[in-house]
Design a protein around this ligand. Structure first.
Ligand SMILES: [Zn+2]
Length: 514
């Protein structure tokens, strides 16, 4: 039997079924049943019953939530959250302390109990020794002399990358710390400085930013760049460093570097958000994200010179992270309901055009025709804005024609066409804002482009695992993108930020656009 295609389906309808004799109707019904079963089985395919990869499961289950746009999503999410409290599975997982979320089941991440440790195959050889003597007495402030016979009371190696004219060089420096005795008999020890402590509930050891550590700021920033910007997994970074530059670092150390860099960058991001409030136009967009398998959203807010990322829920309140009362400019967004309260807003026309394109392929001819008309009006609207030669006739302007086709489409039977037309009519002022305000971009392409990198990253890594990991990912990405918008070198700036953060000193000024 031939499989029913789009053309076949478009010829069927209530009238056609009513015209059929019973026997023929049974034939038609069984063909339709076959098609429905086939489609359903296809939807239910996952890694355990087909050759699909396990990575596809996590997205497969939430397909409906990802594809749709609009307010219903929140209710779907809320619903899926609520029963967890009472579900027996969850209770059990609480007792055993293990997560049952898909893809993160069985084992906790990191080194397993009883696993073999990591040892250095060759001892580190320092190319330079840097002595640190106390300058003043800690008790009486008297300046101290360097005593040549003194031996250091502690020391540590730092592996670092140094930029040379001909490229990058790996260096190993030994830091020696001394103590000095004052005339007042007080002994003062020179100590490596330390900065911010990041606390995560349930973690065995807090993350302290400090100078004392094996990986120097430039090397740590390089590792963070490999992970966040170049999307290389931690084990692969280990392999790359070992094979190409003979640096032996454990996966744990590599992970620590990425978090350290991210935490160091967080105060810079706060400053960027404050700066963002005076922007004229902000692009906003969001995409699904996973944090330890939990459904989250990755948001981006962009102006001409700032990009800020944030991982959180999809609630309206999450917007307050980016947009405070101080902001009086324009927002460019998609049709998501959380934005609708903001009065000065441009609704992204590219989103509407994509939906209209999908409608032109609709099975029902009437819907497809109206979809094509709607598409044409939207495209012409963008064209008029781009060329600036709009017609002045009020009754036959592009917005007026678009309004007419939407009114027509909003009363049709076709659910998707009706939904699109009503979306446009409900948000009418925001849809045509760019027609009346020529400085506004008609699409949200800027923000969408800024999210593309993260979307690919999500597909490779399945998101982040902790709130700290999410914070680190977002702050690094924010600074890298902001520096790129300002045509500044993100890596040397981030290395400076980390150097200061490890000493507990405020970050250096953010590069300005040239
Ligand atoms: Zn003293």
């Amino acid at each position: 039997m031939n499989r029913l295609g789009k053309e076949d389906l478009s010829q069927m309808g209530r009238e056609y079924f009513q015209s059929l004799e019973k026997e023929r109707l049974v034939e038609v019904a069984s063909n339709l049943h076959k098609l429905a079963v086939e489609q359903l089985e296809r939807l239910e395919k996952n890694s355990s019953n087909s050759s699909l990869p396990p990575s596809s499961d996590i997205f497969k289950n939430r397909e409906r939530v990802i594809i749709d746009d609009g307010l219903e999503e929140i209710s779907v999410l809320e619903k899926s959250k609520c029963p967890e409290e009472t579900s027996p599975e969850k209770k059990e997982s609480k007792e055993t302390g293990k997560s049952t979320s898909q893809g993160f089941g069985k084992k906790p991440p990191g080194k397993q109990v009883g696993a073999k440790g990591m040892w250095r195959s060759k001892p580190l050889v320092a190319t330079q020794i840097i002595p640190h003597h106390p300058e003043n007495c800690a008790a009486c402030n008297q300046s101290l002399e360097v005593e040549p016979a003194n031996k250091p009371y502690m020391g540590y190696y730092v592996l670092e990358l140094e930029k040379r004219d001909s490229g990058i060089e790996v260096t190993c420096v030994l830091h020696h710390y001394y103590q000095g005795t004052c005339e007042c008999e007080h002994q003062t020890k020179e100590k490596p400085l330390s900065g911010y402590i990041s606390v995560v509930e349930g973690r065995k050891k807090d993350l302290q930013l400090q100078e004392y550590g094996l990986v120097g700021p430039m090397l740590a920033t390089f590792i963070a760049s490999l992970s966040v910007r170049y999307r290389i997994s931690r084990p692969k970074i280990k392999e790359l460093l070992q094979d190409w530059v003979s640096l032996e670092l454990s996966v744990g150390t590599i992970d620590r570097c990425i978090r350290e860099v991210g935490i160091a960058c967080a105060p810079v991001v706060e400053e960027l958000i404050a700066e963002l409030q005076s922007a004229e136009i902000i692009h906003l967009d969001e995409t699904p994200w996973y944090e330890k398998g939990k459904y989250r959203w990755l948001w981006v807010a962009m102006s001409a010179t700032i990009a800020v990322y944030h991982i959180g829920s999809r609630r309206k309140e999450e917007l307050l992270y980016f947009i405070t009362e101080a902001f009086v400019g324009w927002l460019v967004t998609d049709g998501y309901g959380a934005y609708s309260d903001y009065p000065k807003r441009q609704h992204c026309l590219a989103h509407l055009i994509r939906k209209a394109i999908a409608l032109t392929e609709a099975v029902e001819r009437e819907a497809a025709d109206l979809g094509r008309w709607l598409l044409e009006e939207l495209r012409e609207l963008i064209h008029t804005i781009a060329t600036g030669d709009g017609d002045t006739d009020e009754t036959d302007s592009h917005p007026a024609r678009l309004y007419r086709v939407c009114r027509l489409a909003s009363v049709t039977e076709h659910s998707r066409l009706k939904a699109l037309a009503r979306e446009i009519l409900a948000d009418w002022d925001a849809v045509v804002a760019c027609f009346h305000n020529p400085q506004l971009p008609p699409t949200n392409n800027e923000a969408e482009r800024a999210l593309r990198h993260a979307v690919i990253s999500r597909r490779i890594s399945y998101g982040t695992r902790t709130t700290e990991g999410s914070l680190a990912y977002c702050s690094i990405l924010s600074i890298v993108e902001t520096c790129r918008l300002r045509k500044a070198d993100p890596w040397s700036y981030i290395a400076q930020v980390l150097t200061q953060a490890r000493r507990g000193i405020e970050h250096p000024p953010i590069p300005v656009s040239c």
